[in-house]
Design a protein around this ligand. Structure first.
Ligand SMILES: [Cu+2]
Length: 353
């Protein structure tokens, strides 16, 4: 890794300026300085406070559409930023969906249970070692079995495990229920790109279908002896080397989206951490999953199954937009696709990378 940016983060003033200059849609793609996996992130950011501020300004003033849009965009950027890993981040991200929150909470419960058990067990050990040390004249007891103690130290962990498994199972059952979606998207993995088909939306087929592959900047930079600096691959100030695509998967917020996931050559896995799950994409098998994205934003992921030489070069980008914007986008895609499907042959289904 090359030298990283120090703790400096762009100030909110500068982020605000940037957003208001670049406009809402672009701004939403902008992480406002917090880095992805690779990059040179900074320390903790006051995202939540700023989101509240942005929302308040939107809710109370309602004057100046540009200001409101900028505030929303900054809020979105912030949510986005808070979903991306930052340097020295130890805990998992909270994500932007109910599934992600559930996973986070289950993880935190398990973590605290482990912490309490660890404190009790190691505390008892430390106490025993100190209190009953040889130099104080302690003599070891000679018994080897104590049925009562053995029952206790078996039953207590069983109760703890059941207490943890019960809510976790509820979460898994909920996560498996893909019924009644507003939108169904078919995701197909190829070496080394993704195809997204908007199978139906609000009960109607959409005909929208495209391939999403690594962006040109990352692709040029990754070539052997390209001489290009991966840290120079950016969207705004966000380092997006190997984390950006030519065409993102655009999705509506606050709508249940069902994914049917498969592959056309080898096994891939579709994974966007902010959504809270990953699902294998297996040839001849359809797996399904669902999501409901709570916040507009750009959420990045990658193929999570070793799928060949370019496995590391098939990123995923989800762009979540409010329903009205999504509807507009979908209509534009349909309009663009209509004449093309009438006159041209369909795009090749399984191009080689
Ligand atoms: Cu793959």
């Amino acid at each position: 890794m090359t030298a990283r940016r120090a703790a400096h983060q762009p100030g909110w003033e500068s982020a605000a300026q940037w957003h208001s200059v670049r406009g809402r849609t672009q701004a939403r793609r902008e992480p406002s300085g917090v880095s992805p996996w690779l990059a040179d992130g900074g320390g903790p950011n006051d995202w939540d406070g700023f989101r509240v501020m942005a929302m308040k300004s939107l809710a109370t003033t309602r004057t100046g559409r540009a200001a409101a849009a900028a505030a929303l965009a900054m809020a979105a950027g912030m949510v986005h930023a808070s979903t991306m890993p930052v340097r020295w981040q130890l805990n998992m991200g909270k994500g932007v969906t109910e599934s992600a929150h559930n996973a986070y909470h289950a993880h935190m419960i398990a973590l605290w249970v482990c912490v309490v058990i660890g404190v009790i067990v190691f505390g008892a050990m430390a106490y025993a070692m100190f209190k009953f040390r040889k130099s104080k004249g302690a003599v070891a007891a000679q018994w080897s079995h104590n049925t009562k103690a053995e029952v206790i130290w078996t039953v207590i962990p069983v109760i703890i495990l059941i207490a943890m498994a019960w809510p976790a199972t509820q979460i898994l059952i909920k996560q498996a229920d893909t019924s009644n979606p507003v939108l169904t998207v078919k995701v197909t993995g190829y070496q080394w790109k993704w195809r997204y088909e908007y199978v139906d939306y609000e009960g109607k087929p959409t005909g929208v279908n495209f391939v999403s592959k690594i962006d040109a900047d990352s692709d040029k930079t990754r070539q052997l002896k390209s001489g290009l600096d991966p840290h120079a691959v950016k969207v705004g100030t966000e380092s997006t080397y190997l984390l950006n695509v030519d065409k993102p998967l655009v999705l509506p917020t606050n709508a249940k989206i069902r994914f049917v996931i498969t592959a056309d050559d080898v096994i891939h896995a579709w994974w966007v951490p902010a959504l809270g799950w990953k699902t294998d994409a297996i040839p001849d098998i359809i797996n399904d999953a669902w999501t409901l994205i709570e916040q507009p934003g750009t959420y990045r992921g990658q193929c999570a199954e070793l799928c060949g030489q370019d496995h590391g070069f098939m990123p995923i980008v989800v762009e979540a937009r409010p329903k009205a914007e999504f509807d507009q986008w979908l209509a534009a895609q349909q309009a663009a696709a209509a004449p093309a499907t009438a006159s041209a042959a369909p795009a090749p289904a399984a191009p080689q990378g």
